[in-house]
Ligand binder design. Structure first.
Ligand code: ZN
Length: 297
């Protein structure tokens, strides 16, 4: 009898794995929190932020499950991040400390997915905390704007970029935006041609950073803005990261360009308060999204 129970359980597990990997009928999304920061005063994250408010920014991957493709927008921190991170100097290890590591692939596998079930990875930009999951998906193509890849390869340095994320055999697929305005942005790319997933250029924080609009069947609209701001507070108040953070860690490739993009997103937020703006690291906004294995559609 125990054997029968074991066989039944095995069949059920197989069934749920097959179900997990099935293509959905319509677009759905789920956020994976892969780690959180060890904590810092909000004043470190946005100028004018409060010193007594502790923020625990999160490192995330967004699972986007569309009938025509399943991908991760950002990959969070992955299984090999501890050893890659250990090579940073003391100051950067302290400033960028993280905890509660739970890599995207671990979470996916617990729910019956495999790395092969992800068609591609689309990072908002190529910094370490957005590409950290990449080594776990060694055969998965990565889609990028050419300017982002060029900057990372030619000028990318620790701690913002980790060389191991760019090395090795990997299919880097080039995205090209079209001259189709979208939500006030001059150029855009409608990923699957149905207006549900639209990319725009948010270059500034890095060259070739992209933002992703998600238009769900429910009518809810979300805009994932990468690291244009670390917090929604920055968008609401049109405030950049503190200058001292830029001096210490040279966070933005082009701080002025990032400020212009932030201003644009701030305006969009004022005009469309119903649009949920999602900075990649804002743990408070993250609470408003479905967390994998739950989905929102
Ligand atoms: Zn980041």
């Amino acid at each position: 009898m125990p054997r029968l129970i074991a066989l039944t359980l095995f069949a059920l597990l197989l069934g749920s794995a097959a179900q997990a990997a099935e293509r959905p009928q319509h677009l759905r999304i789920a956020l994976l929190i892969t780690a959180q920061s060890a904590g810092s005063p909000e004043a470190f994250t946005v100028s004018g932020g409060r010193w007594r408010t502790e923020r625990k920014l999160v490192h995330t991957a967004l699972l986007v499950d569309h009938p025509q493709g399943r991908f991760l927008f950002d990959s969070g921190l992955g299984r090999e991040i501890d050893s890659a991170f250990a090579a940073n100097n003391w100051l950067n290890r302290t400033l960028l400390a993280y905890e509660q590591l739970d890599p995207a692939l671990d979470q996916l596998e617990r729910a019956g997915y495999q790395a092969e079930d992800i068609d591609f990875i689309l990072p908002s930009h190529l910094h370490w905390d957005h590409l950290g999951g990449l080594p776990d998906f060694s055969h998965t193509p990565v889609k990028v704007l050419p300017s982002g890849l060029q900057e990372a390869r030619e000028h990318g340095q620790r701690p913002a970029f980790l060389p191991e994320h760019l090395a090795g055999p990997r299919e880097w697929q080039t995205l090209s935006l079209r001259d189709t305005p979208y939500a006030g942005f001059a150029r855009s790319l409608d990923l699957f041609g149905d207006q549900r997933l639209v990319l725009v250029d948010l270059s500034g924080h890095t060259a070739g950073q992209v933002g992703l609009f998600v238009n769900l069947d429910s009518g809810r609209r979300l805009f994932f803005i990468g690291d244009t701001s670390w917090t929604l507070r920055g968008v609401e108040q049109n405030r950049s990261r503190p200058q001292f953070v830029q001096w210490i860690a040279h966070v933005d490739s082009d701080r002025e360009a990032n400020a212009r993009v932030l201003q644009q997103i701030h305006q969009l937020h004022l005009q469309h308060p119903e649009l949920l703006i999602v900075p990649a690291h804002d743990e408070q906004v993250a609470r408003q999204l479905a967390h994998f294995p739950q989905f929102e559609d």
